[in-house]
Design a protein around this ligand. Structure first.
Ligand SMILES: [Zn+2]
Length: 278
């Protein structure tokens, strides 16, 4: 294991392990903390009970409360910006070192930084899906509808506690009016994979294929707590490919890594990008 006190030295170790690629990158919440999105699973994070899919679909009052909070909180995500880590991975893709990116984040910051081949494993905060007809629409369109339905519902976003899934904590939500699908009247849900829900199979297959065609795997900013990400580390390790894990603190994939770097994503990835001459 390498302690990344010296980002340049860490980047040199990583390059020696990964070679010239193509490398597939798997990213998690740790890459977005420098953009102001808290990592609720990180080593210094408070414990939190995440919402489950079953709670969302099974309980109207819960759903109403969720949408009221999300109506306030989701705009915080829109105001966030990519950081050096996102930009470094976009640059490494442009120079052909990184062949593609699998992200567990729903914040769209990789795409906004310029990464082109991105698999949003757990969905995107800026989209909404109908659970009946599966039609996907934009979150901003829903925002207009919710505002029209709830003209008096206005809460200072700055007072809200912001969570990775765009929740914001507010008190009175009992009178909030929820919007249903415009086409079929079905229940709308953020196009995000929640706890208790599976990643759609075609998306998983696409991610496996991306690992198959790459020469190495770089994990950046994920503790690999959930199987949805860990399985790709196992897959690459089984194929005998180099697996580098860059993360603050332990991960569930540490025993599978050929190199583990304990450090922050932004400085180390930025050093990597300049080392590779991007
Ligand atoms: Zn529908």
């Amino acid at each position: 294991m390498v302690e990344a006190e010296d980002a340049v030295a860490a980047a040199e170790h990583i390059r020696a392990e990964l070679g010239d690629g193509p490398v597939v990158a798997l990213t998690g919440a740790g890459i977005s903390t420098d953009s102001g999105i808290p990592d609720y699973r990180g080593p210094y994070s408070p414990p939190r009970n995440p919402m489950t899919y079953q709670q969302f679909v099974g309980d109207f009052a819960f759903r109403r409360h969720y949408w009221a909070r999300n109506h306030v909180g989701w705009r915080h995500m829109e105001g966030t910006r990519p950081n050096d880590g996102h930009r470094a991975l976009a640059g490494l893709e442009q120079s052909g070192v990184v062949s593609g990116l699998i992200t567990q984040n729903v914040d769209t910051l990789h795409s906004r930084a310029g990464s082109r081949r991105v698999i949003d494993l757990h969905g995107r905060y800026d989209r909404v899906i109908c659970l009946t007809c599966r039609r996907v629409t934009s979150r901003s369109r829903l925002a207009q509808r919710l505002t029209a339905l709830n003209p008096d519902f206005d809460v200072e976003v700055s007072d809200a506690e912001i969570a990775p899934d765009a929740d914001a904590v507010i008190a009175a939500t009992a009178h909030f009016r929820v919007a249903d699908c415009e086409w079929c009247g079905g229940v709308l849900k953020p196009d995000i994979v929640y706890f208790g829900e599976n990643v759609p199979k075609p998306r998983v297959a696409e991610a496996y294929a991306m690992v198959d065609e790459a020469g190495a795997l770089l994990v950046a900013g994920s503790s690999l707590t959930v199987m949805s990400g860990l399985r790709f580390v196992r897959h690459a390790a089984k194929q005998g490919k180099p697996v580098v894990i860059l993360n603050r603190g332990e991960t569930r994939g540490d025993d599978l890594a050929t190199l583990k770097v304990d450090g922050g994503c932004s400085p180390v990835l930025a050093s990597m990008a300049s080392l590779y001459g991007t």
